[in-house]
Design a binder for this molecule. Structure first.
Ligand SMILES: NC(=O)c1ccc[n+]([C@@H]2O[C@H](COP(=O)([O-])OP(=O)(O)OC[C@H]3O[C@@H](n4cnc5c(N)ncnc54)[C@H](O)[C@@H]3O)[C@@H](O)[C@H]2O)c1
Length: 382
């Protein structure tokens, strides 16, 4: 595919590579989530979309025209030409994050990468190494972490409000239709999606659970393909033991009707907090009921809800990366941080492959294989 020669007419005035002006931004991958990044960049007031790239020219052109940017079909060419671009959103299929991020880092651009960071340990390590070697920031999108109630949950756990933590659970019971899986040839493939219900959808909750609970020590798991005509798992259950000795359950599926939201439930010997879809819905912390009721009455609940905005999380990520660039600090979710959820998912797949055997973390590159074997896709045995 040849590149677009004529820019859609974006100017670069107002952008600069230092502290004062807007940060020039590029989007690679203009499918479902790329436009969210572009809208978040535009809404941030701190950055501006200068270039959009997709191997499907119409997608790149449409997004570029909306934002008055130039468009490309070849990201290498875009990176070489767009001197004013300082940051790149990586919105390609999950198994194509690393090559784009590495090329961006080599071109001296900071990176905001969609979840999951990539789908293999080696690919993620390449990204982390490239960012470090070229002195650029590598940030990853996990928008659930940006919600105020997510931060409250983590703070409560970390400051001991629940006492000794006993259980950390994550339930993600979703519905994804056959049409969804057919909507992109990369979806539900080991090669580019890296897995199914866990690696694509469930990675959000798993990242949040790890962020709140800390690292996992070991896991026993079973993954199956029970309903959808796909080769990756549509259902998974794992028992985890955290480094702090608490236990937990991770459930993920895309095959139930109706789909529920994401639920994280943390219990200690002094209390329990239940978080659902960005909100704390139970706060059973002794002596704190009154404070919680007051918070709700003061309108911090749904009425004054900043997260009701669709792009809220992505906007926080864009602003955070802008601040990280300006202040020369790490972004809130670094590459190393984002790697953890993928490593745990790989450990879950490995355990399932070995019939539910205990898998200890960290994993090595030898454990970096695909998820379940076709023999566990029960659909095909019917
Ligand atoms: N944070 C979230 O809530 C969220 C939501 C949806 C998707 N995502 C993530 O975003 C990524 C993309 O998902 P999507 O649903 O937007 O997929 P999509 O298929 O809709 O879009 C991906 C786009 O990348 C383009 N592309 C592929 N190879 C390319 C290349 N070499 N150069 C340039 N463009 C290329 C494709 O043509 C396509 O338009 C995935 O990693 C997914 O996990 C995150």
């Amino acid at each position: 595919m040849t590149q677009d020669k004529d820019a859609a007419g974006a100017g670069t005035q107002g952008c600069c590579s230092c502290g004062g002006g807007q940060i020039g931004w590029a989007i690679v991958g203009c499918g479902v989530i790329g436009p969210w990044h572009a809208d978040a960049v535009a809404a941030s007031g701190e950055a501006r979309v200068l270039a959009c790239c997709d191997i499907i020219p119409e997608r790149a052109q449409e997004l570029a025209e909306k934002h008055g940017a130039r468009w490309y079909t070849d990201y290498e060419e875009m990176l070489a030409k767009e001197d004013e671009v300082q940051a790149v959103s990586v919105c390609t299929p999950s198994g194509l994050h690393s090559p784009v991020a590495v090329a961006a880092a080599q071109a001296g651009k900071h990176v905001l990468c969609e979840k999951p960071l990539d789908i293999t340990l080696r690919a993620m390590d390449d990204m982390i190494a490239a960012a470090e070697q070229h002195g650029v920031k590598l940030a990853c999108v996990f928008q659930n972490r940006t919600y105020p109630d997510s931060k409250r949950l983590r703070e409560a756990v970390r400051t001991g409000k629940l006492g000794k933590i006993v259980l950390g659970d994550c339930y993600q019971k979703y519905f994804r239709s056959h049409e969804y899986y057919a909507s992109g040839t990369w979806r539900a493939t080991w090669e580019l999606d890296g897995g199914g219900a866990l690696m694509n959808q469930g990675v959000h909750g798993i990242d949040l659970l790890l962020w709140v609970m800390g690292n996992v020590k070991c896991v026993n798991a079973h993954c199956r393909t029970l309903v959808r005509n796909i080769y990756v798992e549509d259902t998974a259950v794992a028992i985890v033991e955290f480094e702090n000795r608490a236990l937990g359950v991770i459930e993920g599926t895309t095959s139930v009707t109706p789909g529920y939201g994401m639920r994280i439930e943390i219990s200690g010997d002094d209390g329990t907090i239940r978080w659902e879809d960005g909100k704390i819905v139970r706060w059973d912390v002794p002596g704190e009921e009154a404070a919680e009721e007051a918070r709700e009455k003061a309108g911090e609940g749904t009425a004054a809800d900043p997260t009701a905005l669709n792009i809220y999380g992505h906007l926080q990520h864009v602003r955070d990366l802008c601040a990280a660039i300006r202040e020369n600090r790490d972004p809130e979710i670094t590459g190393r941080d984002a790697r953890k959820a993928v490593e745990l998912i790989k450990a879950i797949y490995l355990s399932s492959r070995e019939g539910g055997e205990t898998v200890e973390l960290p994993l090595s590159y030898e454990d970096d294989g695909p998820g379940i074997y076709p023999s566990l896709c029960h659909r095909w045995e019917l």
